[in-house]
Design a protein around this ligand. Structure first.
Ligand SMILES: C[S@@+](CC[C@H](N)C(=O)[O-])C[C@H]1O[C@@H](n2cnc3c(N)ncnc32)[C@H](O)[C@@H]1O
Length: 229
């Protein structure tokens, strides 16, 4: 059953406030937008993996991207939020919503750009992260590009060093205490890996070395593509 409009509005407001907890995070979505808009092959479309919440769609709706977008997420309520965001922007985006993971996309489909923003840090490093990356690689069209973001720490102590800066930023810029705490409490419970481990997993999956395009506190975003055999 779809969630009610009011509940959706509350969740959207909280999700938007969560984005404000991370200094400059809107810049990451803008960079992803720029990469997608700069893609010259509109025919093979864009795959947004973990599209729940709708941040990617909200950002893309600000531009003139007219290619096909597949918005994929295994969580029905999260995908409903994304649908709600897209419907606010009328028919400006050509979006197909799919509930599921990359394995649920028809085998023959390949995409010029695959985005995977803030998804993999939810998966355990027991083979699940590697399988996830291999699944993303399988979805890339020839010459396609992966845009991948994750929470990432190189040293475990980095969280303790960065948290006071995060809290000071929230205080100065009036970010809601609930959102600030929600993000902070979630981080220690995620199966986060280092940049070094991320590079190893990319290599094992058959992807090129991730190239960093964005970093703020514990959020990082990279681009990558299929590694030559
Ligand atoms: C933190 S949210 C990020 C959403 C969005 N990409 C963004 O940047 O705001 C993570 C999303 O990934 C989804 N997710 C979790 N496991 C997934 C998987 N294996 N494949 C695709 N999406 C997944 C969750 O349901 C959730 O909506």
């Amino acid at each position: 059953m779809p969630i009610s409009k009011d509940k959706c509005a509350d969740r959207r407001a909280m999700y938007r406030e969560l984005q404000r907890t991370m200094p400059g995070l809107d810049g990451m979505y803008r960079l992803v937008h720029a990469l997608i808009a700069g893609c010259d092959d509109k025919t093979s479309g864009v795959l947004i993996v973990g599209a729940g919440g709708g941040r990617e769609l909200e950002e893309l709706a600000k531009g003139r991207f007219d290619g096909q977008i597949t918005a994929l997420d295994p969580s029905v309520p999260n995908l409903d939020l994304a649908r709600d965001v897209a419907s606010d922007h009328g028919s400006s985006l050509d979006v197909r919503f799919l509930v599921g993971t990359v394995d649920d996309i028809p085998q023959r489909e390949r995409f010029k750009i695959v985005t995977s923003l803030l998804v993999m840090h939810h998966l355990r490093d027991d083979g699940a992260k590697l399988a996830y990356l291999k699944g993303l690689l399988d979805r890339l069209a020839p010459g396609g590009r992966l845009v991948h973001a994750d929470v990432c720490f190189d040293e475990i102590e980095d969280f303790d060093r960065l948290a006071p800066i995060y809290l000071a930023h929230a205080d100065i810029f009036g970010v809601s205490v609930d959102a600030t705490r929600l993000e902070l409490n979630a981080i220690p419970n995620l199966p986060i890996i280092s940049g070094t481990r991320t590079r190893v997993l990319f290599s094992e999956a058959g992807l090129t070395e991730p190239f960093e395009i964005f970093r703020s506190l514990w959020y990082r975003c990279w681009t990558s593509s299929r590694a030559p055999k």
